[in-house]
Design a protein around this ligand. Structure first.
Ligand code: IMP
Length: 433
């Protein structure tokens, strides 16, 4: 069993952290391969809640390597904050490794993100304002500053100077901000470098060693397929590629090293920020999903938009990611909603039936969803631990989803706690740690 990729199958916030945490039990290494602290995952362990933005979910296991891969954009201030908090709670963080090639989020990236959104006004994307887009833009423009640059003050200063120059114009309103001063910034980031140095490594090499030794490596994506820069609902997307194909690039392993792709989808759908969402509900059912599902962003606290499960989009995500297994989370949130609806096709504004996720932005923006109705279940399912425990209507719902999407459902979340899951069929036989 070589690399196993875990990706979001919707617009992010699918509960990947919990799935990763469960699968990580039997893996030796967990690697984050893209995104930054725009992501947030919550893990509940023995009644304790842990929220992470950058650190891979596997950190709660003392015996595993947890890697921040080269594809991640890293805000060192945020990472150090997370490390301090984990240490305070007596979590051993010695298994953390940070790719020397990961790009750094600088103060001007955060300012540019905010300024860019303000400039767009009504057309804004609704970014998390964490500097993600501007940082990836600098990476592509070859103006980026990488983790390895933190280890040499002279190089760091030169690179900051070169990167700052083209930003001056756009950042004119912030000109006097001390955090934009070359000297202050160099000092601040050099200090971060001193603290992070013990964790900085050639992480691709570490992945190869683990894979060559026959160990299981989990490659953990952030955000979700429909927020993918190339394949999502552009321009209402993030600036990286959350799809499985990007795991190779963002961790430094070959496609042949990947044996399984797990997708994670909620039993309904949510989206934060602007952009098309054909199954969105603005009625009481949507409100119920929001409240029962505690649909508030881990990173920004924003209310998430809620809607029915979109099987047109899910089938697209299954094919695009080469998904081999699906985990459905938060099925418990649907208890008491009757009937349940799932989108099985779209209708274009011109009246055409669309069986496939439209590639053209204008068509998607004008599309409305058409539904199949399925019977709901009224019983609370939080105590179900096997497929047979689930009400027949819940099983029917899952069977319909799996059949339509064309992928087996292997895991179902029935509540927020780690134990509140139902493994469908055999539990995956990952190599024992
Ligand atoms: P950015 O990634 O901060 O640039 O934001 C771009 C879009 O992606 C916005 O609509 C955000 O709300 C969305 N987004 C970014 N990260 C996440 C996430 O982890 N979960 C859900 N949405 C996200």
């Amino acid at each position: 069993m070589p690399g196993l990729v875990i990706v979001g199958a919707q617009w992010g916030d699918e509960g990947k952290g919990k799935v990763t945490d469960l699968l990580a039990e039997r893996a030796q290494m967990i690697v984050r391969f893209q995104g930054g602290n725009n992501a947030g995952h919550t893990i509940i362990r023995d009644g304790e809640t842990f929220k992470f933005h950058l650190i891979p979910s596997g950190i709660l296991y003392p015996d595993k390597l947890c890697v921040i891969g080269n594809g991640v954009v890293l805000d060192p201030r945020v990472l150090l904050g997370e490390l301090d908090e984990l240490r305070r709670r007596r979590v051993d963080v010695s298994g953390l490794r940070i790719s020397a090639n990961a790009h750094l989020i600088m103060p001007y990236h955060v300012m540019l993100d905010t300024a860019g959104e303000a400039k767009l006004g009504k057309l804004s994307i609704g970014t998390t304002r964490r500097g993600i887009g501007p940082c990836y833009a600098d990476k592509a423009a070859r103006l980026g500053i990488r983790v390895q640059d933190l280890l040499d003050e002279k190089i760091l200063r030169k690179k900051i100077m070169a990167a700052l120059e083209p930003k001056r114009l756009s950042l004119r309103p912030h000109e006097k901000d001390p955090s934009l001063d070359l000297h202050t910034m160099t000092e601040e980031y050099t200090a971060y470098g001193h603290r992070l140095e013990p964790y900085i490594a050639d992480t691709a090499h570490l992945c190869w060693e683990a894979l060559d030794a026959g160990q299981t490596v989990i490659l953990e994506g952030a955000q979700g397929t429909l927020l993918d820069l190339d394949h999502g609902t552009y321009p209402f997307v993030t600036s990286s590629n959350p799809v499985a194909g990007a795991a190779s690039v963002g961790a430094g392993v070959g496609p042949g090293d990947i044996g399984e792709v797990w997708g994670v989808a909620k039993a309904y759908a949510t989206r934060v920020g602007a952009g098309p969402f054909p199954t969105e509900l603005t009625d009481e059912t949507g409100r119920l999903m929001l409240e029962r599902g505690h649909e508030f962003g881990t990173t920004t606290g924003r209310e998430r938009r809620c809607g029915w499960l979109d099987l047109v989009a899910l089938r697209y995500a299954v094919r695009l990611n080469g998904m081999t297994s699906l985990a459905i989370t938060k099925l418990d949130v649907l208890a008491g909603i009757d009937p349940l609806r799932v989108a099985v096709r779209y209708r274009s504004s011109e009246g055409a039936a669309l069986a496939e996720f439209p590639y053209h932005q204008s068509i998607l923006h004008g599309a409305s969803a058409e539904y199949e109705e399925l019977p709901g279940f009224s019983a609370e399912i939080g105590d179900c631990r096997s497929e047979a425990d689930l009400p027949p209507q819940a099983r029917e719902y899952l069977a319909f989803v799996s059949e339509f999407a064309g992928v087996p459902i292997r895991l179902v979340g029935v509540g927020p706690d780690r134990e509140q899951v139902v493994w469908m069929g055999d539990r995956p036989a990952l190599r024992a740690a």
